[in-house]
Design a protein around this ligand. Structure first.
Ligand SMILES: [Zn+2]
Length: 105
């Protein structure tokens, strides 16, 4: 059985075992593009359709743990589900160290 999630830095497998190429675009994901929308859907699904920081299920966004600016990729490993509130809070504290959740993985 193949594990979903990670296979290589260039490809990833979703919860339906479909293989996708990790978008190599520089900027933000464009959710009109199926492979980009699949990424977001997968990340929401993996994280239980709720914010990984506060558990809210409202106004969710796919957030880059390591921002694109800092060289983070569009691989699902580098994406997490956040609500708008936590995302806004994170952006404002981006340069300070954000504690990693210890109960993941
Ligand atoms: Zn939140």
């Amino acid at each position: 059985m193949r594990e979903y999630g990670v296979v290589s830095p260039q490809f990833w497998i979703d919860h339906s075992l479909r293989e996708w190429k990790v978008p190599e675009i520089k900027g933000r994901l464009k959710f009109k593009i199926p492979s980009h929308a699949a990424l977001r859907d997968f990340v929401f699904h993996r994280d239980g359709n709720k914010c990984v920081r506060c558990g809210s299920d409202e106004r969710l966004v796919a957030d880059h743990k390591i921002s694109r600016k800092n060289g983070g990729s569009h691989h699902p490993d580098n994406l997490q589900t956040l609500c708008m509130k936590c995302n806004a809070r994170k952006v404002s504290t981006e340069d300070k160290k954000f504690p990693e959740r210890a109960d993941r993985g």
